[in-house]
Write a protein that binds this ligand. Structure first.
Ligand code: T1G
Length: 697
């Protein structure tokens, strides 16, 4: 017997209510496409049906094509064929949208004659994020409804748009009351009086050509090597020039070119890895502890950001500071973050008040006694942290999870100080903590599995991406950062200038070059750390900090002092000839021969350093899978998502080639840069990081 179709029709008088039911997100699998085509055709042919409504069961309207079908031979019927049947219907077809209508799902709606949505729904064309463009008429229909500028912005960002805003743009016709389906049926009946309004037959509404060109240039400027936004611009431009049929053909050609590309493959990997990373194999089946109240120790930049993230997720938060003055400043800092959110329109007054009503800021450490979980975000100093955890060990209630937000310090040592190390984990947030998605959940040697699972669950509840890892210096992200930043520091001494290194890595796709990032973060923190570690540094190893030390000695701490690796005028970075001189002088002083800068070589060395350190992290069991490392780099360090991550890219390039780059590093920098044994093994045996550690199928 064949499987029942995920698409069925229920009659509501003279209206055919066509229902898609393909959990979890009603993706347009072959069975859904086949079912839609059959049900629409049957309803159109049935003289007792006067109108059609397309709606979905479950949590959402259709969330797009089934991504798992990409990269395989296409299966009939194609979505365009289904949509042509829908749009061609002589009876009105109405889309009833709840949840998120995304990609092919929104394209289904665009091919209907009218669209009505639940007020909480959102719609979007997120294909760029998968390295492709909409492939079922989205690039041609959206501009006909919303105009080319709004359509371009929606498709180039890939961001979903809330129903109210989508209606204002012309993408939706109506917002429903509490009963979406009833309203959709009523709308469909109303439309039987009029000829069907087919989106493909509309003319592009009048628009400002200059505005379009401006929007297009801004998309191209932000693409930084990613192809799909560039192709979105091309497709929308064609929509303004070609007939619908020709435009659709051009869209198909662009889609076909992109869907098999390396970038699309990498972005599909990133999509699934982002979900897989949250399923931690050794925590399978472990119940997290219940968390309703959270304490935060310290209301500095990190503590305040963490408090906001917790409040935004609906938790009750108690922040502890050390003096009346610090309590006041802490409250102001948190309120300030909310003021900014209100100014940008992300939050209204009542939302702010409700959040602040769940916040307590206090001097009384004893107030942490009742908390379910406590996050320490105090000064990054072992003595300070040990003292806090010793006090927490006796203050916090039995079973409370105690987390440190340290970025480098040994979580095991901190855990021991508490006297109850099973309750202790690391929760390493990234700044600004209320915005950045990554959280490294650090599992100490003695951490109870339930405590780690609680950290993972809390991070998810905050809408963040938890990556679970073990204890090592800098955990995953900062440890890899330290490795490749040395390469960029050495490059300055060997002939490069900061702007050359930044430009090379920005054209590789990084969100921001490392020296611009250093200026943004402030150079003083690294300076203090280098001074602290000076005594323990191995004198045989190469030191790359001289340029940074000299900048700091001149008071050039980065953006906050208006000068660092660059000079800042009105917030804009400018190349500073004084820095170029300083860099050249350092080379002379260190007797380093300055070679002409080779951007390609720098990029290969940076990647080699990342992958080599990643291979060590994997072999040490700090993380279970290569995808954990990739997700840290993508979500915390601005690594280009369209490359998948350094480990994915290494597999794609071929490990022997990456190993050759690591050997080049070793040759150039000497001791400490030996190829990681795991990399050597995999390269020599034809293995891959993706398959490493995975049980054989
Ligand atoms: N295909 C296959 N599986 C999908 C999927 C999809 N489109 N979307 C989600 N899943 C799986 C996902 O892997 C997870 O599985 C489960 O569903 C729940 O997802 C022709 C070319 C809809 C907002 O890009 O943005 O249409 O991990 O955990 O947080 O032009 O999923 O449980 O096994 O993310 O509630 C365009 C992608 C495709 C939408 C729901 N569409 N999805 O979020 O749950 S391209 C997208 C999402 C296209 C046309 C083209 C989100 C969501 P598992 P989840 P969620």
């Amino acid at each position: 017997m064949s499987e029942p179709s995920p698409v069925t029709t229920r009659r509501e008088g003279d209206v055919a209510l066509i229902l898609v039911d393909n959990p979890p997100v009603n993706a347009l699998s072959q069975a859904v496409r086949t079912g839609l085509l059959a049900q629409v055709s049957a309803a159109v042919a049935d003289p007792s049906v006067h109108a059609l409504v397309i709606a979905c069961e479950g949590r959402t309207f259709i969330a797009g094509a089934d991504i798992r079908e990409f990269g395989k031979p296409p299966l009939a019927p194609g979505l365009n064929e289904v949509l042509a049947a829908m749009e061609g219907s002589t009876k009105p077809v109405v889309a009833a949208i709840h949840g998120t209508a995304l990609g092919g799902g929104f394209e289904v709606a665009l091919a209907c004659h009218a669209r009505i949505a639940d007020p909480k729904a959102s719609v979007g064309l997120p294909e760029v994020k998968l390295g492709i463009v909409p492939g079922a008429g989205g690039t041609q229909r959206a501009p006909r409804l919303a105009g080319p500028v709004a359509a371009l912005e929606m498709m180039a960002s890939g961001k979903p748009v809330k129903a109210i805003e989508a209606k204002a743009k012309g993408l939706l016709d109506a917002i429903s009351g509490p009963d979406l389906r009833a309203d959709a049926i009523a709308l469909a009946r109303e439309l039987t009086e009029k000829p069907p309004r087919r989106t493909s037959q509309l003319i592009i509404p009048p628009y400002d050509q200059d505005e379009f060109e401006k929007a297009a240039s801004s998309v191209l400027a932000r693409a930084r090597g990613q192809l799909s936004p560039v192709k979105v611009v091309e497709a929308v431009r064609l929509a303004t020039r070609l007939s619908f049929e020709e435009g659709l053909k051009a869209e198909r050609a662009i889609f076909a070119e992109l869907v098999g590309s390396d970038q699309a493959r990498a972005l599909r990997y990133a999509f699934f890895a982002e979900r897989e990373v949250q399923r931690v194999p050794h925590l399978h089946g472990v119940e997290p502890r219940r968390v309703d109240t959270v304490g935060v120790i310290g209301a500095g930049t990190m503590g305040a950001g963490i408090a906001v993230a917790l409040l935004d997720a609906g938790l009750r938060v108690t922040v502890v500071e050390t003096s009346t003055q610090a309590v006041g400043a802490g409250w102001d800092r948190i309120a300030g973050l909310y003021a900014r959110a209100m100014k940008s329109g992300r939050l209204d007054e009542s939302g702010k008040d409700e959040r602040l009503s769940r916040l307590t800021v206090t001097e009384d450490f004893g107030d942490l006694a009742g908390m379910d979980l406590v996050i320490e975000a105090a000064f990054e100093d072992m003595a300070v942290k040990k003292d806090i955890f010793a006090r927490l060990g006796t203050t916090a209630r039995h079973g409370a999870v105690l987390a440190t937000n340290t970025s480098y310090l040994d979580v095991n040592e901190i855990a021991e100080a508490s006297g109850r190390p099973a309750d202790v984990i690391g929760l390493h947030f990234f700044s600004p903590a209320n915005i950045m998605r990554l959280v490294e959940v650090v599992e100490g040697a003695a951490s109870a599995k339930e405590a780690v699972a609680t950290g993972v669950a809390l991070a998810k509840r905050l809408g963040k991406l938890p990556v679970t890892c073990g204890v090592c210096d800098g955990f995953v992200g900062n440890r890899i950062l330290a490795a490749w930043r040395q390469v960029t520091d050495f490059a300055l001494e060997d002939g490069a200038l900061p702007q050359e290194v930044d430009a090379a890595l920005e054209s590789y796709g990084m969100a921001m070059g490392p020296f611009a990032v250093a200026d943004l973060a402030g150079l003083d923190i690294g300076w203090a750390r280098r001074k602290r570690l000076a005594a323990t540094r191995d004198p045989r190893g190469r030191y790359g900090g001289t340029v940074a030390d000299r900048l700091c000695a001149q008071g050039r701490f980065g953006q906050k002092t208006g000068m660092g690796y660059y000079r800042y005028e009105n917030g804009k970075r400018q190349v500073d000839p004084e820095v170029s001189d300083l860099v050249e002088n350092v080379s002379t002083e260190l007797r380093r021969k300055r070679e002409p800068f080779d951007a390609d070589r720098l990029v290969r060395r940076v990647r080699a350093a990342m992958v080599n350190e990643g291979a060590k992290i994997l072999r040490e069991g700090i993380v279970a899978r290569a995808l954990d490392i990739d997700m840290v780099l993508l979500h915390g360090y601005g690594f280009p998502a369209w490359r998948g991550g350094p480990m994915f890219e290494a597999d794609a390039i071929g490990l022997p080639a990456v190993l050759a780059d690591v050997r080049d590093l070793h040759q150039a920098y000497g001791a400490g840069w030996e190829p990681a044994p795991l990399l050597v093994e995999l390269a020599e045996n034809g293995g891959s990081f993706a398959a490493h550690g995975r049980p054989a199928a």
